[in-house]
Design a protein around this ligand. Structure first.
Ligand code: CP
Length: 319
């Protein structure tokens, strides 16, 4: 496999990917470089490579997902792994079985890599200390969603060349967003300036201790930024009323066609999905020429192939 930019000196050693806070810029760059090598597999007539042949990957999803779960399933399949799909609704969790017992029972069947999404922050870290298989965090509570952020920075690097010196706005429900946290770590480590934008009620506690600046006005920020990442309002996690009405939120923080007139012509418009159309952004913007939302999804496949490949390689080296 040809890896164009990969540092020859660097050796990946992590058998788990739990978050980006603990990764160095060099490690993040190494994953992106490895993903570049995998991108071209999707252009072949036979879209398969053998590195995970004989390995078993389980998608252990305790929350719903369209993009992450299917992307990991396809990534594992492209690397020739066997894939087990676990969903909470169709499992013995409904009979009271715990996360740990579920994982240990699957491990007894001989799984090698667990991709876990859970509404409890720290679930993937807990599993990594409790089972022998590699663990990849596919989203834990409000904490981290590392592969989403990796595909976000991969997309930005591909389209802008570098993240160094870019201004990136992350807009909306920051408080409940694991994407915002992982993006913040990845983007700032790679040299971008990150601005959290949203109403005070949707900012995380102790935001002043994070490596970001904060703005409560999208209108003040929109003309300055190179990239804008619009977050989903996580209605299922809100618990109260953080804004008076959906209409008011959309008026102040929605990415509208009118607001886009003030943006740089080459601004990248991103969204991790799923989109609440008409709330976070108007459909004309989501589907417009600056939108890279489907490019993000496409790049997620190569990024997840890279992560599966690297954790498996590290586990094999540890023996
Ligand atoms: N971006 C993201 O995590 O989407 P899904 O919830 O569909 O996986």
């Amino acid at each position: 496999m040809a890896l164009k930019r990969k540092s020859k000196q660097f050796k990946w050693h992590r058998k788990h990917l739990l978050g980006l806070r603990e990764l160095s810029a060099e490690e993040i760059t190494y994953i992106l470089d490895t993903a570049e090598g995998f991108q071209q597999i999707s252009t072949r007539s036979v879209k398969k490579a053998p590195p995970l042949r004989g390995r078993v990957v389980v998608n252990l999803f305790f929350e719903d997902s369209t993009r992450t779960r299917n992307s990991f399933a396809l990534a594992a399949s492209r690397l020739s792994a066997d894939v087990i799909e676990f969903t909470k609704k169709a499992s013995s969790v409904s009979k009271g079985e715990t996360l740990l017992d579920t994982a240990k029972n699957l491990e007894a069947m001989g799984i090698d890599i667990v991709v876990v999404r859970h509404n409890a922050g720290g679930a993937s870290r807990f599993l990594s200390r409790s089972i022998n298989a590699c663990v990849i965090n596919a989203g834990d509570g409000f904490c981290e969603h590392p592969t989403q952020a990796l595909l976000d920075v991969y997309t930005i690097r591909k389209l802008k060349g570098t993240l160094k010196g870019l201004k990136i706005a992350i807009v909306g429900d920051i408080a409940h967003s694991r994407v915002a946290r992982s993006d913040m770590w990845a983007m700032t480590k790679l040299g971008a300036e990150v601005i959290f934008v949203g109403p005070p009620t949707l900012m995380p506690g102790q935001v002043e201790q994070l490596p970001v600046t904060v703005s409560y006005s999208l209108d003040e920020v929109i003309e300055k930024v190179d990239v804008i990442n619009m977050l989903r309002i996580q209605f299922e996690r809100l618990g109260g009323n953080p804004f008076p009405s959906v209409r008011e939120y959309s008026h102040y923080f929605g990415l509208t066609v009118e607001r886009m007139k003030k943006a740089k012509p080459d601004i990248l418009v991103m969204h991790p999905g799923p989109i609440n159309r008409g709330l976070e952004m108007e459909s004309e913007v989501a589907d417009g020429s600056n939108s890279v939302i489907l490019e993000q999804v496409k790049n997620g496949l190569a990024v997840r192939m890279a992560v599966l490949f690297l954790v498996n390689q590290a586990a094999a080296q540890k023996g």
